[in-house]
Design a binder for this molecule. Structure first.
Ligand code: HEM
Length: 472
């Protein structure tokens, strides 16, 4: 991809019905048989290209020609029905459910009453007051990493951002005392996710069940057991410490909160559930934020005028001191850069749901078991809602765009009852890290800078991302 271009796909959607926004949809379209090879070719080029193509060619509600009840939606009002208004009628799709092989019954894949109970138990850990206690871990992590960076060197900033967010999630989840263990778990979980991504890419629909002793399954289970052992060790240790405290209230980290959490009937979370939630938070809270930061750095490096403006804001608001919680409100352009980076490169690039019963969406009737795929990548580049959708323009967020947009025209954190529980955590973390990094260094493209996307469980840079650092 040429440097400075905002999209690697080269797909320029010219949507059917572009112009006045229509709320009435035609019947869910099916690509005609004569287009079969064309659709295959587009998906062959990449799933992002394929999704953009089918919506550009056939409209915002498309049914696959494969013998599956599978629909693709790119209409905000219909997505609102699935994720919010009729959320009760859906569960996560089959592919998302496979994640339970990694995260057990953690919040990301849990369903029904058990999900509701766990969401309620976890929610206080993400309240504003609690978030405040994580701010020092966040700034500490970026400062520690940036202190080792040298002016003039070319670095893989994707790796750097992964390391920073890993440190942050480890510190906020487990507390500083177990950061070495946490680094170890982070590594195993990353390996697990890599194996998982490969399996998904190849064989999601024909995946042998977990109990079949294929080499991949065996490798998977060995890694999962290792994660289990380390986390259980930490939980035991924490329980012992808490039982020694007179009030049992020690520890401000997420794990201590999970262990202390009590249901309305006073019951606590079983260890296995604490383990599943800890792995989930580790996983969900680590890579996504690193990606938002990586793409922000890439876009700032390819748009030096935007980077200058951001540096000006940091100078005015911080005047050289470290960013803190009290500055977040004033860092408006920093906020806009992150929103715009997540618009162009949404880390969670696709969401999907399966109907639990017959359901009506967009005025059409669907049978139980129908699956719906919704991609922020496609929605975020819809010219009906975003002018010059392929261009990186953080300024677009400075006016009232967020209020004017239809709900679910922009949804990097999902929406409805299953909206990302860590969305405020992530925005706070990303703003603090971006501000601290940009305060110290200027990020520049080099001939080695190349962005190739890999849409796996998240939207990753396939070969990392290399940028040159210049001290300010
Ligand atoms: C830029 C960073 C992030 C992005 C883009 C992101 C995106 C998302 C999205 C789109 C969902 C909903 C998925 C669906 O509806 O199928 C989600 C759910 C979730 N996220 Fe995040 N996330 C981010 C950061 C975080 C962080 C920092 C944490 C925790 C520390 C976290 C924890 C979770 C959890 C536990 C869920 C499941 C919530 C539920 O189903 O009740 N995420 N995230």
């Amino acid at each position: 991809m040429a440097i400075g271009e905002a999209t690697p796909s080269g797909v320029r959607p010219s949507w059917p019905g572009a112009g006045p926004r229509s709320t009435r949809l035609a019947r869910p379209a099916r690509p005609p048989w004569r287009d079969f090879l064309r659709v295959r070719r587009e998906f062959g080029a990449g799933v992002l290209e394929g999704l953009t193509f089918i919506h550009r060619a056939y409209g915002p509600f498309v049914q696959t020609r494969l013998p599956l009840e599978l629909y693709f939606i790119a209409d905000p009002a219909c997505i609102e029905e699935v994720l919010l208004k009729k959320a009760e009628a859906f569960r996560k799709d089959r592919t998302s459910r496979l994640l339970s092989r990694v995260v057990g019954n953690g919040l990301l894949v849990n369903e029904g009453d058990s999900w509701r109970r766990q969401r309620k138990l976890l929610q206080p850990a993400f309240h504003q007051r609690q978030l405040q206690s994580y701010a020092t871990v966040m700034t500490g992590a970026i400062e520690e990493s940036a202190a080792t960076w040298k002016s003039g060197e070319v670095r893989n900033v994707h790796e750097d951002m992964m390391a920073v967010t890993l440190k942050i999630v480890a510190g906020t989840l487990f507390g500083a005392d177990v950061s070495a263990d946490a680094g170890h778990i982070g590594q195993i979980i990353s390996e697990l996710m890599e194996q998982f991504g490969r399996i998904l890419g190849l064989t999601a629909r024909f995946l042998p069940p977990a109990w079949v002793p294929t080499p991949t399954n065996r490798q998977f289970q060995a890694s999962a057991r290792q994660v289990d052992q380390v986390i259980r060790g930490i939980i035991d240790d924490r329980r012992r410490k808490q039982s020694r405290e007179p009030d049992g209230q020690s520890g401000d980290d997420l794990l201590s909160l999970l262990i202390r959490a009590r249901d309305e009937d006073g019951s606590s979370m079983p260890d296995a559930q604490v383990r599943d939630e800890a792995v989930t938070l580790f996983l969900a809270g680590h890579e996504t934020t690193a990606l938002a930061l990586t793409y922000s750095l890439y876009l700032l490096a390819t748009h030096p005028e935007c980077q200058d403006r951001l540096a000006d804001e940091l100078g005015q608001v911080l005047g050289g001191r470290a960013p803190g919680l009290g500055d977040l409100e004033s860092l408006k352009y920093t906020d806009a850069v992150l929103l715009e980076a997540m618009r162009l490169y949404p880390p969670a690039w696709v969401m999907a749901r399966e109907a639990l019963a017959d359901v009506e969406i967009g005025g059409f009737h669907f049978r139980k078991g129908a699956e719906f795929v919704m991609s922020p990548w496609v929605l975020h580049r819809d010219p009906r809602n975003f002018q010059s959708p392929e261009a990186f323009q953080p300024e677009r967020w400075e006016g009232d765009l967020a209020q004017r947009l239809p709900r679910f025209a922009y949804f990097p954190f999902g929406g409805g009852p299953r909206v990302c529980i860590g969305n405020r955590f992530a925005m706070m973390e990303a703003k603090l890290v971006l501000a601290a990094a940009l305060q110290r260094f200027r990020f520049e493209v080099t001939p080695q800078t190349e962005l190739t996307l890999l849409p796996s469980v998240t939207l990753r840079p396939r070969h990392g991302l290399r940028l040159r650092l210049a001290r300010r």
